[in-house]
Design a protein around this ligand. Structure first.
Ligand code: AMP
Ligand code: GLY
Length: 439
């Protein structure tokens, strides 16, 4: 079978790498791909939102399965379009993808399904939102700290965590008056700010059966110690000890099952990857911060590095809605750490075209895989072409060893201005030390 992966990031490199290991797969194409997918698969020069172009390619090449990586094409209906052409495709329909493309849709679904989430209100009007923040009655409890969110897709930038009332008023002004996020800000969500550790629990579902994947933890802030501006994710590890088997079972019962069930009941069955961004609150347990409708990036890289079973069997079963019939997948017992190497200036402005050296030396180390994100080929050279450039990913017998392996590999790789966080995985080790001390 021929498989087409849509996307060009680290997630799609990991997908293409894993899919190409399947005995059932003859060719893997990636549209548009990067320098890493050019090596592990075949790149096709079609953009992720060019649905007509992708359909024409899938027909011409007789593609047996298309796997959509990013949210943008899902939110504009790539799955609906493929399905109406009788092409097999992995991912949610446009309506189901609203779980990610509209935060108001997501919050209303969570409320309907009685899934724990931060208290919230939806606003269309800046004045109403500001009145809400200021409190309607004199002496009413200050609503801050709150989080103000633009409803639609805003490349991770439409979420503003506000400590003080003035920050919240400013956030409302940016979203609803200055329209910094364009039409994504047509509605706003104001919600209670939660405290705790964040975890990413991803599950694969065919709309009926749910296959939870091992829990992971992302590192969204740019700099060590979770400081600096938010990014797409500077590194991830899997599994996270913060979500043990008992908590995972709780999350499945109280979060995943009611969400999938309610989507089905609302006649918007969700098929694909349901990614719950969770806050593990010390008092009230896990609460859903958001849903994404696809694999996380970088969470996908450590997840797939640990998967021993054939990914294509799982993806296929989702398309056929027969997930209840496949065997439970096998996972490598060892943890994995993925360290993102970024361009100078990211998440702000950065330059492209820096020549990268040492990728092969890093890749040759045992239990290491370098996934490409923002790279492209310039003749024989691999050069930078994005903010997040590489995801250096390593297995180890424990988190400390996985960290050592990943950072040893990072040291092999060089380009002008490259940087990374130095503390990926430390939160897991601190958590385990704390637990040991409490015993
Ligand atoms: P989201 O895109 O909704 O996941 O938000 C992006 C990031 O903003 C999350 O990973 C959290 O770090 C933070 N965040 C979102 N909602 C809340 C909340 N209610 N309380 C605290 N932090 C939040
Ligand atoms: N790692 C965060 C995301 O994929 O949205």
């Amino acid at each position: 079978m021929k498989v087409l992966v849509v996307g060009n990031g680290g997630r799609e490199h990991a997908l293409a790498w894993k899919i190409s290991q399947s005995s059932r797969v003859t060719d893997v194409f990636v549209a548009p791909g990067n320098a890493g997918t050019a090596r592990d698969a075949i790149n096709v020069d079609i953009g992720v939102n060019d649905i007509e172009g992708l359909i024409a390619f899938a027909k011409k090449e007789n593609i047996g399965l298309t796997v959509v990586g990013p949210e943008a094409p899902l939110s504009i209906g790539i799955v609906d379009a493929f399905e109406s052409e009788k092409l097999r495709v992995f991912g949610p329909t446009r309506q189901a993808a609203q779980l990610e493309s509209s935060k108001a849709f997501c919050k209303n679904l969570l409320r309907q399904a009685d899934v724990p989430t931060a208290d919230f209100q939806v606003f269309r009007d800046a004045d109403d939102a500001m009145r809400f923040i200021k409190g309607r009655y004199p002496g009413e409890r200050d609503r801050c700290p709150v989080v103000v969110k633009a409803d639609g897709l805003a490349a991770g930038k439409g979420v503003i965590v506000c400590k003080r009332r003035n920050d919240a008023l400013e956030a409302i002004d940016r979203i609803a008056r200055r329209k910094e996020f364009g039409s994504a800000g047509a509605q706003m969500i104001i919600e209670e700010r939660l405290e705790g550790q964040e975890a990413s629990v991803l599950a694969i579902t065919d709309g009926k059966t749910i296959l939870p994947l091992p829990p992971a933890q992302d590192h969204k802030p740019a700099f060590d110690g979770d400081t600096g501006p938010n990014t797409g994710g500077m590194g991830a590890y899997c599994p996270t000890p913060m979500v043990d088997d008992a908590l995972m079972a709780w999350i499945e019962e109280h979060v995943l099952v009611p969400s999938v069930h309610t989507m089905k009941r609302n006649r918007k069955p969700f098929r694909g990857v349901l990614y719950a961004g969770l806050m593990l609150t010390p008092q009230a347990g896990p609460k859903v911060l958001e849903y994404n409708c696809r694999f996380g990036d970088p969470e996908c890289q450590p997840l797939l590095m640990r998967l021993k079973s054939d990914l294509v069997d799982i993806l296929d079963a989702v398309v056929d809605q027969s997930l209840d019939q496949i065997e439970a997948p096998e996972w490598d017992e060892r943890p994995v750490i993925c360290v993102v190497m970024a361009s100078k200036g990211y998440p702000g402005d950065y330059d492209n075209g820096e020549v990268i050296s040492g990728i092969d030396a890093a890749d040759e180390l045992a239990d290491v895989k370098v996934f490409h994100a923002g790279t492209t080929l310039d003749g024989q050279d691999v050069v930078t072409s994005g903010g997040r450039v590489l995801g250096v990913t390593a297995l180890g017998d424990n988190i400390a060893k996985a960290k050592l392996n990943a950072y040893t590999a990072v040291q092999q790789v060089r380009w002008s201005g490259s940087w990374c966080r130095k503390d990926i995985g430390d939160k897991a080790m601190q958590f385990m030390e704390q637990q040991a001390a409490e015993m």
